[in-house]
Design a protein. Sequence first.
Length: 473
Amino acid sequence: MRSLRTRMLAAFVGLLAVATLGSVLIARQVLESRLAEQGSAELHREVDKLRKTAAGVDPATGRPFGDDVRRLFEVHFAANTWADGQAALSFVGGEPFLRSPTYDPVYRLDRDAALLARWQEVPAPRQGSAETPAGRVDYLAVPVKQGEEVLGSFVVAHFRAADQGVVRDANTAIIAVGLAVLLVGTLLAWRMADGVLRPVGAVTAAARGISESDLTRRIEVGGRDEIAAMATTFNAMLDRLEQAFASQRRFLDDAGHELRTPITIVRGHLELLEDDPREREETLALVLDEIDRMSRMVDELILLAKAGRPDFLQRAPVDVAALTDELLGKAAALGEREWVLDGQGQGVIVADRQRLTEAMMQLAENAAAHTQQGQEIGIGSALGAGVARFWVRDTGDGVAPEDQEAIFERFERRGPRSPEGGFGLGLSIVRAIAEAHGGRATVESELAQGATFSIEVALDDMERPGGSPWHGY
């Protein structure tokens, strides 16, 4: 859990750090670009100042400057104020004339031979930049003309190093803010990760606290997010596990109880067995009978255990009418009763013929066990409403309303319909076969008025026949 929290925090902090670094770099680039634009604008303003001076008059004589370019430069350089980081040069006749004092202690542009070669003769305005020992310099060089005659040139330059202090201060402020955001974001991310993972921790704690004897623990669910959905799913899984364990425990308890009786009988008779041949023969018959009962019980338990497996059914096309006739013929051998056909569904379904026969024979055997010789037992089938329905109707004792659900449970033997000598698994097998076919097993009955046991087979996943409407019973 800590590892997941750490990974989440590391990912968040990493993204935030990258975003902060990116912001610093972008801010630096934008700031430098803006400063470069401002520097260029300042260069053009200085040139405009020179033009205004040239358009005026000499303050000493009151007359225009005319072609006296030297006097023009003297007046302009004396009257002008230069901004920090600026330097200006003037050229007359291709030779340096006057320069501004700005940045002279740092670097003398008038001593840079390469730059002087560019600026000595400027027939047209020229703007550019150059690398110097004092850093990059942006410059604007313009000619000073009288008509078409070039009298000299004026160069104004801006050292970018003068802006580095502003850039540094801005970067320092941005980094400080970024670190503060990173720190606050880290703390918030830790709290958020703790809040997000707290339900996961609750799931883990609940899982650790679960044991075979205690499956009652649940997770409190709050909200409607993915974590809440996970907790709800986990609780649902615990519900299913609790039901499965309870069913398994009850099943094993009942099976152990049912097997204990025949085992006790066998052991008791074997322990009391004497040398009398007749007694030996009787004991052997009794032991074999009990072993047969246990074998039947084990077979029934195995059948119930297989009911949930995908290969429990072997589906194939089944003619409902033909199967109904076959069931009636087989049931007639179960006892001297008045076996009648209640109805036949017309159509073909996809089902497991053997399993359906097994379930119906169980119902028929049950009906024969609870009726007397000559009493009527009906067998029928019908198609409709998305299901195929098979039933066995008898005129026996009936089933009490409070027992009609319970009799399909394993090892349930209650009321007048309780099977004598059985284990209470027959109707459970019937229900398992019906549910494996996507249907259900039901009973309709009133005491002393007989009962009708039905098996419904869902047709949703099968070839739906045209089918006939329900046939009553």
